[in-house]
Design a protein. Structure first.
Lengths: 324, 311
């Protein structure tokens, strides 16, 4: 990268579009420089006052791959993504990220200027990041996103899905080495979601390490790597296959909600009931939770959704006293 | 869901398929806004005990249809019947509704929100929160986590034991375990005899619905079970170590591919066409059944789609 250094502009939310480290955004860890074999965090913790938002989280995002961070409200996804994007400093641990000008960041729920048109939003980004041949790239991305006809519309007057697509284009316009997208598809309709994924795949195909946060596991299952967070801590991590393979115990599917103790290990899926049982039918602990095996039902081959749900369940049972 | 309370409307247990037994019925329902036709001749019926998923892109007409069902918006043409009569304040009392924005008062506590809604819907003034929500009862709704707010909104919509439950994107942004719990509540209401109409953007949740209705451009373009809607449609799957080059080659050939894990999935293209487009890139090309999401995209992204009734 030979782009000259530039000032860091403020995003629509007042935060820096891409914050720079003291040396212009070189990795804050002592690891090898801008070689780009991975970006991510190593044992990163973040405190907001007395609240531990992120608890020793390690995360790797590889170039040319899509990595997903999943979890619900308050899980720590946004905190982790802000660390990666350089918008937030870690209280502890190390963050490895490229120079600020090589990061693209879409914050949750914003990322575009409502009072600018679609074309103006992109022209501004292109100018800030000194994009080469901006007209060609803007046209290409707008077409890919299905936004060509909306060039002259104010971003503030777009539908939710269109605004998210614009935000993603704006974040990837300068072909960043690390593309950080906070919930690009939440509340977005299925057609726009397919278009968003096409943009995301384009960025990865161009060599970016793409990190996206989502609350949907069918979406995470499409990623090469997944990190599931819960209350600031890692719940599960790896490729979707690895997460499924490392799930303790077994899952059965029942037509009706089970009775008694098993009810606490059951959840609804596809109008039926999935019930998790620890490995050992004799009641040995799996994941620190003991319980008798579930009788009846049909053993299922768990998928990512089952595995992450089980991990959350195991933690919930351990916290509330899993012993019946 | 046990023990009748004074004033509670008994749940309807009829699951008969006779049109007269429908809780909600739309016949040729149309709504225009000026020149724009938001809902165009929609036919739909919903019976007790049934969970029907209403799917569609933004602007497909789902929310307009729901507003007509609730009696918030008059029809331009056609007919809406609820419990055998036109929508009115009376029919509204038998409906539980969770809007996208949840419809709670942020400045009231969870318990106050429930008490307010109980007063509006009649039948008691001091309804207790479900046990799981009691710890939050005296906190302002605006300060509660989103997942808890959703459960409060569900509790509020269910408190008057509605015969018909209408949920507009009830699980947006909720973690998987919390989402499973919300669907439990929906399933319990249906098992007790209520009819449920639910919109969602997530095809994963279509499995919770006995029947799906897919809308595009104001019209119903498909309805039936998920299996009926996906039918025998196939996609072409490309597995390769060089996915980025394959992605570019397919796109250049006008065959946009979706990235799923390490594989590419191509809609509307036969394996031989895909192989030709890959022009020498080493890859395993096979066919697989289409997913509901892929089928949905086909049905709704083509403006010339014809109505397909598979139910």
């Amino acid at each position: 990268m030979t782009d000259p250094q530039h000032g860091v502009p403020a995003g629509p939310d007042g935060r820096p579009l891409a914050a720079a480290g003291p040396d212009g955004g070189a990795p804050t860890s002592g690891a090898a420089g801008d070689t780009g074999d991975w970006w991510g965090t190593d044992e990163v913790s973040v405190w907001y006052g007395k609240v531990l938002a992120l608890d020793r989280v390690t995360f790797r995002a590889a170039p040319g791959q899509v990595s997903a961070v999943v979890g619900g409200d308050g899980a720590g996804r946004t905190t982790l993504l802000r660390c990666l994007a350089g918008a937030l400093a870690a209280s502890d641990g190390t963050i490895r990220r490229p120079a600020a000008r090589r990061i693209g960041y879409l914050p949750a729920g914003s990322g575009t200027y409502p009072d600018l048109t679609v074309a103006e939003n992109l022209a501004f980004r292109a100018a800030v990041y000194r994009v080469r041949d901006p007209a060609r790239r803007t046209t290409e991305y707008l077409e890919r996103a299905g936004l060509s006809a909306a060039r002259e519309r104010l971003a503030g007057r777009l539908s939710g899905g269109m605004r998210q697509k614009l935000g993603v284009i704006a974040a990837m316009l300068h072909q960043p080495a690390l593309l950080v997208l906070d919930e690009p598809t939440t509340g977005v309709d299925p057609v726009s979601r397919v278009e968003l994924w096409s943009l995301i795949a384009r960025a990865a195909a161009d060599g970016a390490a793409v990190v996206l946060a989502t609350s949907y596991l069918d979406e995470a299952a499409r990623a090469a790597r997944v990190l599931a967070l819960d209350a600031g801590r890692e719940l599960a991590t790896g490729t979707p296959e690895e997460i499924v393979a490392s799930m303790p115990g077994t899952v059965r599917v029942l037509a009706k909600r089970p009775e008694g103790d098993a009810a606490r290990r059951a959840w609804r899926r596809n109008a039926r009931w999935q019930v998790w049982a620890p490995d050992d039918p004799a009641g040995g602990p799996a994941g620190g939770v003991a319980g008798p095996a579930v009788a009846g039902g049909e053993l299922v081959r768990p998928d990512l959704q089952d595995a992450v749900t089980v991990a959350a369940l195991v933690r919930e049972l351990a916290m509330t006293g899993g012993q019946p | 869901m046990s023990g009748a309370e004074p004033g509670a409307t008994p749940a309807v247990h009829s699951t008969g398929s006779a049109p007269g037994g429908a809780l909600a019925e739309c016949v040729g329902v149309t709504r225009r806004f000026g020149q724009f036709v938001a809902v165009d001749g929609v036919g739909l019926s919903l019976h007790g005990g049934e969970v029907v998923g209403l799917l569609g892109a933004n602007g497909a007409g789902k929310t307009t249809l729901i507003r007509m069902l609730l009696g918030l918006l008059p029809v331009s043409a056609g007919e809406v019947r609820l419990f055998g009569e036109p929508p009115s304040r009376r029919t509204r009392q038998r409906i539980g509704y969770v809007p996208q924005g949840l419809g709670l008062y942020d400045d009231l506590t969870a318990a106050e929100n429930l008490a307010f809604s109980a007063a509006v819907f009649g039948g008691g003034t001091d309804r207790a929160l479900p046990a799981a929500l009691r710890p939050y009862g005296h906190r302002l709704v605006g300060a509660l986590p989103l997942g808890v707010q959703r459960r409060v909104a569900f509790a509020e919509a269910l408190a008057h034991r509605p015969d018909l439950l209408i949920l507009d994107e009830p699980t947006s942004g909720v973690d998987p375990l919390a989402r499973a719990r919300l669907w439990e509540t929906v399933g319990e209401a249906a098992a007790a005899g209520a009819g449920v109409l639910v919109t969602t953007h997530y095809m994963d949740e279509a499995g919770e619905c006995g029947r799906l209705v897919i809308m595009a451009d104001g019209r119903v373009v498909a309805q039936g079970t998920a299996a009926q809607i996906t039918g025998s449609a196939r996609v072409t799957v490309v597995e390769t170590d060089a996915w980025a080059s394959a992605f570019g080659a397919l796109e250049a050939a006008g065959l946009p591919a979706a990235l799923v894990g390490g594989a590419l999935r191509v809609r509307d293209a036969a394996p031989q066409d895909v192989r030709r487009a890959l022009s020498g890139i080493e890859a395993r090309v096979s066919e697989a059944p289409t997913t509901l999401e892929e089928r949905f995209f086909q049905l709704t992204s083509s403006t010339t789609s014809h109505t397909e009734d598979m139910g």
